[in-house]
Design a protein around this ligand. Structure first.
Ligand code: TEU
Ligand code: CA
Length: 593
């Protein structure tokens, strides 16, 4: 070895030593013990262990008798929410809005909707949530704004307005819309604006113009408004139709096979990952947050590219395969249990230890869970709602409960178009029924299964007029006539109620790491009545058996498996362990093996 090499070797060794010492030092400064992974390799996180409750403020609780739910109303019900056993609240939009789409059209991102109250009411709500050691996540609706947002008011004024490029403007093409894109709320996705004689893009209502994310000033505005709320102490965001923010290069026509499912064409544009990584760098990484993207139009094989933690984009997404299982486009269809199971199995295969899933069966855009996946007839409403709660809280992924599902609230018996509020329904009526394309009776019959308004009827608090939701003679949307039989005050006092069952199941999940992190295995994928699966973490193994039918079933566990010790059941059977499980209609059981 010559002398120079010898010297540089010493220098290098010293350098490496210093680097190593520094690394050890800095990691110990962050946390004295590095966080251990679970037996099967997951990084524990609060948002993986949490249970989320979605509040749709307009329909939750009206505190001042104007017929519209509000923030004070929510604050007054925080103990009720905590009693379900949840620890995170997702608040649907509470921002200033002209309500073309119930708050999903935002006029001012830094202001509270006057109907919902004031910023002081918001601060009170956040304080109440924190006092109870819960967390609050907000709805981030930034694919589009309201056309009444100051940015759009400027943007539409002239072609050289400094805000012109905040939105997506195009001249007519051969006297028509710039391309053939369709809006989710019927008709073309373009609207001609007389001031400049150009079209703007709106994937949703005309009053929801799409923001131009390719403009870095738009992105900077969004990051700023996110920080505004995060600095108040909120714990994250549910991101509305986030995969649509990056539009395809050149805005090409929808190919014919996408016309009935345009979301798959609008989603996952060329700069989506770049923008999410930028948002993560600029905002998300600076806080300890939960982020969940509403991944309308995202396929399962694309999912890891959004949620793999090594990519620094989002924590989780909502995949729509299960909630849209009963749809062909907008039309209702009857699905089967094996189809649902196949989706969960595919989801579990698509995601590895670096990714995390969500489990949800309903939200403000879907009909009621018990009327869709359960049986809302008097005999089976309670057991089937409890069975669905069992599934929601034992599948692998962070569970999201939609308000009212903890009471087993049902679909509304709609019969006439006048009973609906939803812009999707009203626009569809004009586009399809008034033009003679669809018969009125068929349109309503389909909505009785699918309408978003089923989930938006007011919360049923008690048996007083308007179900205790409001003292107004007429709330903004009618209360379900079944409120005298189905309401919170009755369920709170009843240990066998759906609410009490949710509470018990949530607490059971909370203290059982195998139900959070455990590996998932479907034991009997083809069985059309029984859903049987295990959750395994190290030596801990739980078995869940769900009878998705109203018939009694004598069920032999596959492969001679023994059930084990019964932990929870929705129908108190207390049956001894036997090779055959005698399940009643809609019975759910959880065993420890
Ligand atoms: O929804 C996304 C979405 O595309 C669908 O759920 C859609 O509303 C409809 O069901 C299409 O048939 C989100 C919000 O959750 C929804 O409430 C809003 O209306 C929409 O975005 C626009 O902001
Ligand atoms: Ca009110």
């Amino acid at each position: 070895m010559n002398f120079r090499i010898f010297l540089s070797t010493i220098a290098l060794t010293l350098m490496l030593f210093t680097v190593a010492a520094f690394a050890a030092d800095s990691s110990s400064a962050q946390s004295s013990t590095p966080q251990a992974t679970t037996a099967n390799g997951y990084q524990p996180k609060w948002w993986k262990e949490g249970i989320v409750y979605q509040v749709y403020p307009r329909s939750f609780k009206d505190s001042n008798g104007d017929g519209i739910g509000d923030l004070k109303g929510i604050t007054s019900k925080l103990d009720y929410i905590q009693g379900i056993g949840v620890n995170v609240i997702w608040l649907s939009p509470h921002y200033d809005s002209p309500n073309a789409d119930n708050g999903y059209d935002i006029r001012d991102y830094r202001k509270v909707m006057a109907e919902f109250g004031t910023m002081a009411d918001f601060d009170e709500l956040l304080k109440g949530v924190k006092q109870r050691h819960m967390r609050l996540i907000l709805d981030l609706v930034v694919n589009h704004s309201s056309d009444e947002h100051a940015w759009f008011a400027e943007s539409r004024k002239s072609k050289d307005n400094p805000y012109r490029d905040y939105y997506i403007w195009r001249p007519a093409k051969d006297g028509h819309e710039p391309n053939n894109w369709v809006s989710f709320f019927s008709g073309p996705a373009w609207k001609l604006d007389p001031a400049t004689n150009e079209y703007y893009l709106h994937l949703f209502a005309e009053k929801q113009p799409d923001l131009n994310w390719d403009n870095r000033r738009v992105r900077a505005e969004v990051y700023d408004l996110m920080k505004f709320w995060l600095d108040k102490g909120v714990d994250g965001f549910r991101m509305d139709v986030i995969p649509f923010i990056s539009k395809r290069e050149g805005l090409p026509d929808l190919p014919p096979d996408y016309r009935m499912r345009p979301h798959y064409f609008y989603a996952m544009g060329p700069h989506l990952h770049e923008y999410l990584q930028e948002m993560n760098r600029e905002v998300l990484s600076k806080y300890d947050l939960m982020t969940v993207g509403e991944a309308f139009g995202v396929t399962l094989d694309q999912t890891p590219t959004l949620v793999d933690e090594r990519r620094n984009e989002l924590n989780m997404i909502f995949n729509f395969d299960v909630v849209r299982l009963n749809r062909d486009g907008r039309q209702w269809r009857d699905s089967t249990l094996p189809e649902m199971k196949a989706i969960y199995t595919t989801q579990n295969k698509a995601l590895d230890v670096h990714s995390w899933n969500t489990i949800f069966l309903s939200n403000h855009d879907n009909p009621r869970v018990v009327s869709t996946f359960g049986d809302d007839s008097p005999a089976f409403r309670v057991p089937s709602a409890k069975l669905l709660a069992t599934m929601l809280l034992t599948l692998k992924g962070t569970p999201f409960i939609y308000q009212g599902d903890e009471l087993g609230m049902t679909n509304y018996p709609f019969t006439r178009i006048e009973q609906f509020d939803d812009i999707e329904v009203k626009n569809g009526w004009k586009a399809d029924v008034l033009t003679g394309k669809v018969k009125a009776g068929d349109y309503i019959a389909n909505l009785r299964k699918t309408s978003r308004d089923h989930s938006r009827t007011p919360m049923q608090w008690d048996s007083s007029p308007q179900a205790g939701f409001s003292t107004a003679a007429q709330p903004w949307l009618a209360v379900n006539p079944n409120y005298k039989d189905i309401n919170a005050s009755q369920e709170l006092g009843d240990p066998n109620s759906i609410y009490s069952y949710f509470s018990k199941m949530s607490r059971f999940r909370e203290k059982t790491p195998a139900l959070v992190y455990g590996d998932y295995e479907d034991l009997d994928p083809e069985n059309a009545k029984i859903f049987a699966y295990t959750r395994t973490l190290g030596k801990d193994k739980y078995l869940v058996v769900l009878n998705f039918s109203k018939d009694a079933v004598a069920y032999n566990l596959p492969g001679g498996l023994k059930a084990g010790a019964l932990q929870i059941s929705n129908l108190a059977t207390g049956e001894e362990e036997t090779p055959v499980l005698n399940l009643k209609g809609w019975e759910a059981r959880v065993y420890k093996q």
